[in-house]
Design a protein around this ligand. Structure first.
Ligand code: MRU
Length: 351
């Protein structure tokens, strides 16, 4: 997608984040100048989407280094912990921060100055964004070829949940990357974008991206899934991932698991699209994934307008885990994984 801005920009030693809370109405950037500001921006979902959270965290660590007179392994460890605590479910955050820690450790042990560590972290952030763009294109091609094989050479009706495009990934995207690529190849008839209650990543962000690309779409409420699939309106579903366990169980935005179960019932192919750094093969299955609980106000209010009786209680899990048996395929930059084939995920991820 061509936009006049990137959701994450590094300029003049500062991090600038597009405030995604204000989209689609306003396109405003927030300046982040230190570790605490970066942690808060991730918590408040100014920046969101597993890959973009990870990239922002790298620059946040660079900002932390630039503010230190002296750093030690202990202080690095504490700063990394603070960053990782911002949001628990997406593994990309801890993945990127652990790599920052490794880099800082090697530099400290070889007697490098803070300025050199800072420069190396900024370079690391830049390269991760660039590298992820290549991976996104690769996954888009794999997903497109799989659809050609599975559904055939026609125009497809596709469905997606949450936001997995440019705003979440800083490039073409994961699930939305496949859709966008398929559209550029002339193969998309229509896209159904779940509104994605309660934060509305679908109606605010995915719809924003689909309109920018002139892809025909309709926003639907999550409850429309069964209606759409039973009436044959969906050929395949693509979603992203925040953490994929070794057996293929996948944590993604709340509502994903329900969608996958309905898709299985109606025999609609259901694909997860995610880069290798969204996999957590240290856990055997999805029961070990921590699910982030978000504030009640995300359910009871919309832009300050009350939607529920005063004092209403809510439960607001931000993610759920889709059982790998509901997933037709997991697409990563190394290929297509069939989660029903035991051990295939580990073989491909570790290849
Ligand atoms: O809570 P968010 O908006 O940060 O949600 C994360 C996501 O965007 C999704 O769950 C997504 O499918 C994975 S990120 C490409």
């Amino acid at each position: 997608m061509t936009l006049s801005f990137q959701p994450i920009m590094w300029k003049n030693h500062r991090l600038y984040l597009l405030d995604q809370r204000l989209l689609p109405k306003e396109e405003i950037f927030i300046e982040v100048s230190d570790l605490k500001g970066c942690v808060q921006a991730i918590k408040d979902m100014i920046v969101r989407g597993a890959p973009c959270i990870g990239f922002s965290a790298i620059y946040g660590m660079a900002l932390w280094v630039s503010a230190q007179d002296k750093i030690s392994l202990d202080s690095c460890h504490l700063a990394c912990q603070e960053m990782i605590s911002a949001r628990p479910t997406a593994v990309n955050l801890s993945y990127e921060v652990s790599r920052c820690f490794q880099l800082m450790k090697e530099f400290i042990e070889s007697g490098k100055k803070n300025a050199e560590i800072y420069a190396a972290l900024v370079e690391f952030g830049d390269s991760q964004i660039k590298f992820s763009q290549e991976k996104n294109f690769r996954m888009a091609e794999i997903g497109f070829n799989e659809l050609l094989k599975k559904i055939g050479n026609k125009k497809w009706n596709l469905m997606t949940h949450c936001n997995t495009g440019f705003l979440a990934c800083g490039s073409i995207g994961t699930a939305l990357g496949v859709i966008s690529h398929a559209h550029s190849m002339g193969h998309v008839s229509h896209v159904y974008a779940d509104e994605t209650r309660p934060y509305l990543q679908g109606s605010r962000l995915t719809a924003f991206e689909l309109s920018k690309e002139n892809i025909p779409y309709s926003i639907v409420v999550e409850g429309a899934a069964s209606y759409l699939m039973s009436s044959g309106k969906v050929d395949a579903i693509f979603v992203g991932a925040d953490r994929i366990a070794a057996n293929g169980d996948t944590a993604n935005k709340i509502g994903t698991s329900t969608l996958a179960i309905v898709a299985k019932h109606f025999k609609v192919p259901f694909y997860v699209v995610a880069p290798i750094n969204s996999f957590d093969t240290s856990i055997t299955d999805g029961s070990q994934i921590e699910i982030e609980m978000r504030p009640m106000s995300e359910i009871t209010e919309l832009k300050g307008i009350g939607l529920a009786p005063a004092g209403a209680q809510t439960l607001n899990p931000s993610f759920d885990v889709t059982d790998h048996r509901m997933i037709t395929g997991i697409i990563c930059e190394k290929g297509l994984i069939d989660p029903s084939i035991e051990g295939q995920l580990l073989r491909i991820v570790n290849s």
